[in-house]
Design a protein around this ligand. Structure first.
Ligand code: CDP
Ligand code: CDP
Length: 213
């Protein structure tokens, strides 16, 4: 219904979209789905079966068999390799199609929902009440992700982290199926010089302005 509040939060890796989405969900009392976890679980599922990430048929079988219990091992799902694997399987149109229904149903539940990913405002919820495209400079994003992974004991050089981020940006923006792109009606939120609190405040203002329309 028009009263439902659907918030779409898209953007590149480590832009802060997940943190913002979670904070908005808490603030508005809405359920939140990090859609990146779905692609991460599919990528890991392919690797766990000893398969190749380029094998579209296998990735589709994994996507169709995905269960909630595949989304519970957050440390493993959010490690460096899983992000890379996710962006490889996310390029298969069949995988995206298999994950579509679950995401649209989540977005359309009574009251609304907050989803974050790459194609929420463009494909999953084009009719969202508010759309944000969250960005930050590649250097700042690499630093954020480096701090995150290093704090968890992963060893990685900053330059390798930056190279990872740039490669993933190019792959996600360059693919044919639902590429990462700012929706025409999405508000751009550049968090390069913002801490989490400032980014959340700016996001909340964008949501309030959008839903008032
Ligand atoms: O947190 P981070 O931005 O590093 O990654 P993520 O949001 O967990 O997404 C991992 C990968 O999944 C991305 O690089 C995309 O290739 C893919 N993805 C997608 O294609 N569509 C989405 N809605 C969400 C993620
Ligand atoms: O979901 P996404 O990959 O876009 O990023 P995130 O997981 O929300 O944020 C990546 C890391 O950057 C987390 O450790 C956040 O706490 C941190 N962050 C930050 O330092 N400043 C911001 N304005 C946003 C996030």
């Amino acid at each position: 219904t028009p009263a439902d509040l659907i918030i779409a939060v898209d953007g590149p890796a480590a832009s802060g979209k997940g943190t913002i989405a979670l904070r908005l969900a808490q603030y508005y009392g809405l359920p939140h789905l990090d859609t990146g976890l779905l692609y991460r679980a599919v990528g890991l599922g392919v690797l766990d079966r000893g398969g190749e990430l380029g094998d579209a048929a296998l990735a589709e079988r994994v996507a169709r068999a995905l269960r909630p219990s595949d989304l519970t091992d957050i440390p493993r799902l959010t490690d460096r390799g899983a992000g890379e694997a996710a962006s490889r399987v996310a390029g298969h149109p069949g995988v995206r199609a298999d994950l579509l229904d679950l995401q649209t149903r989540f977005a359309r539940q009574p009251g609304g929902a907050v989803l974050d990913g790459r194609d929420i405002g463009t494909v999953i919820a084009p009719d969202a009440s508010a759309k944000l495209f969250v960005t930050a400079s590649p250097e700042v994003r690499a630093r954020r992700r480096w701090l995150q992974l290093t704090a968890r004991g992963e060893t990685i050089a900053f330059d390798d982290m930056l190279a990872d981020i740039l490669k993933r940006d190019a792959r996600d923006a360059g693919r044919g199926a639902a590429p990462m792109v700012q929706a025409d009606d999405a508000a751009l939120l550049d968090t390069t010089d913002m801490d989490i609190e400032a980014a959340f405040d700016a996001a909340r203002r964008i949501v309030e302005t959008s839903r008032a329309r």
